[in-house]
Design a protein around this ligand. Structure first.
Ligand code: ATR
Length: 270
């Protein structure tokens, strides 16, 4: 029987995950079905239970259910526990639900693919919401020289930095406290959605620096346009999306798909 997987979201029709997982399955010869399911806003746990009762083996979880998915898991990866959210669910043979988050490792893999050195780097992360919480552990594990978290609401960045302080050199503050230069600046705010640019100093980037936006679209985000104009190399979030999917695929099937051809195909279709 074909194993069933899906992505849960609300809304979810826009999700690229079914296309990505279909491409991975074709490439690796795994027989899987992967669909998109819009769970009711007040009924995520029930949707997961129904799915597994009907033969579902695993799922990706996207907005707004990542924290709720975290709460229903029987066991969690260490990085999911830190993130307080999961984007990957797997049903064990014992019937228990295992949760992991692959967003952060997806980001790190994509940066590595672009040749960005993280060890010893001075890193600035903009934002202090769920998306940023999900990437801090893998970033700190890569051994940066320093990691600053800056947010419109400064206290949230300070609290987040305190939560991860046992893992490395990390500090939090408001945008007004940002003082470069940085080798890598990651925009994890949702400001790009509104076409907003966080207020940042002109001398933010060190020579050869990279700017990454966790968002993506047919056109560069306002942050990436600003970063390019200030001399940084730019990377958008499409590669992170494909890499997190590849890590979920690996968790479920034990096979690592090649990401570059899938990313290329998605890029052309944007
Ligand atoms: P997500 O799950 O995408 O992280 P979130 O938890 O709602 O969503 O967090 C959104 C982040 O984007 C927050 O850091 C938010 O800043 P505040 O904590 O001050 O609200 C940030 N953000 C949203 N819109 C922004 C804007 N126009 N300018 C700067 N930061 C913005």
């Amino acid at each position: 029987m074909t194993d069933r997987y899906c992505v849960f979201g609300h809304p979810v029709a826009h999700s690229k995950s079914p296309a990505i997982h279909a491409a991975f399955a074709e490439q690796t010869g795994e027989a899987i079905e992967y669909t998109a399911i819009e769970a009711p806003l007040d009924g995520f746990a029930g949707a997961w239970r129904r799915f597994t009762a009907e033969g579902g083996r695993g799922a990706n979880v996207t907005v707004p259910f990542k924290e709720e998915a975290f709460r229903l898991c029987d066991t969690l990866s260490q990085r999911a526990r830190r993130a307080g959210a999961v984007n990957t669910l797997a049903l064990g043979d014992n019937g228990l639900t295992y949760g992991d988050t692959t967003d952060g490792i997806g980001l790190v893999r994509d940066l590595q693919r672009h040749g960005v050195a993280l060890a010893g780097a001075r890193i600035l992360v903009l934002g202090a919401g769920g998306a940023v919480r999900g990437i801090l552990e893998p970033l700190l594990a890569a051994g940066p020289k320093s990691l600053c978290v800056a947010n419109r609401t400064a206290v949230k960045a300070c609290a987040l930095a305190a939560d991860f302080a046992d893992l490395g050199e990390i500090e939090g503050g408001g945008f007004d406290a940002v003082s470069g230069p940085f080798d890598l600046v990651i925009n994890g705010t949702s400001a790009s959605l509104a076409g907003d640019l966080p207020p940042l100093p002109d001398d933010l980037f060190a020579p050869g620096a990279t700017a990454h936006d966790m968002m993506y679209g047919a056109e560069p985000t306002v942050f990436l346009r600003w970063a390019e104009a200030h001399g940084a190399r730019t990377v958008d979030g499409l590669g992170m999306l494909v890499e997190q999917a590849a890590e979920s695929f690996f968790q479920w099937h034990g096979v690592r798909p090649a990401t570059a051809p899938v990313l290329e195909r998605l890029r052309q279709a944007l």
